[in-house]
Design a protein. Structure first.
Length: 209
């Protein structure tokens, strides 16, 4: 598996250090990453009160996602609004629900396939958004915070090498990244009337003008 959301909660592996079955790989969405996404939105939009979280209702990692964000949201004085969708056709209405607040789009293959639609809807609805991957920011999203896909694919090669040499997947710990990229889109910020704080600009790994 590559860039899995919550492999333990989804029942794919027994634990990250000892998967215990026929599956191992990399996982990206640790609690610290999800809580950081909420924090970054709060930093970018100081008067923010509500954060909507867009989820694919079929994703088994949803519970892990929302729980990881909830604790940080409470500390920041934010209200979380969970929005589940089952198909791309439901995205329009889901994004509209986020008006007046901000939007976290969790990592999910369906959302990635429709990133242009989602980023465009958020911009037209004037909803600040944060995603899991720079591709969303290139599509017009406000910001992204997650590990790079390059790291995951390079790590995958090392897993394949070990397994081909006879190491059992059950004995290969699931790896999590230690480096996360913050990507900002200043054109989108300007369209939303948001001035990105210098503290965020200095921390950004990439700024799209």
């Amino acid at each position: 598996m590559i860039n899995a959301g919550d492999p333990v909660g989804a029942g794919f592996v027994a634990s990250l250090p000892r998967p215990g079955g026929d599956l191992t790989g990399t996982s990206a969405a640790g609690e610290e990453v999800l809580s950081k996404q909420v924090e970054l939105l709060s930093d970018a939009v100081p008067k923010l009160k509500t954060v909507s979280v867009l989820m694919n209702s079929a994703n088994p990692a949803n519970g892990f996602f929302i729980n990881a964000m909830s604790s940080r949201a409470r500390i920041l004085g934010l209200r979380l609004d969970r929005i589940d969708v089952a198909a791309p056709g439901e995205v329009d209405g889901a994004v509209a629900r986020a008006k007046g607040g901000a939007l976290v789009v969790v990592t999910d293959p369906m959302f990635f396939r429709h990133r242009l639609q989602i980023a465009g809807l958020a911009l037209r609805s004037r909803v600040p958004s944060i995603f899991s991957g720079r591709e969303y920011v290139q599509a017009g999203g406000l910001m992204s915070y997650l590990s790079s896909n390059t790291w995951h694919w390079r790590s995958a090669a090392s897993f394949v090498d070990k397994i081909l040499k006879g190491v059992k997947a059950a004995d290969i710990p699931v790896e999590q990244p230690t480096k996360f990229d913050l990507v900002l889109n200043l054109k989108t910020a300007a369209a939303l009337g948001i001035t990105i704080p210098q503290s965020l600009l200095h921390r950004a790994d990439e700024v799209i003008q």
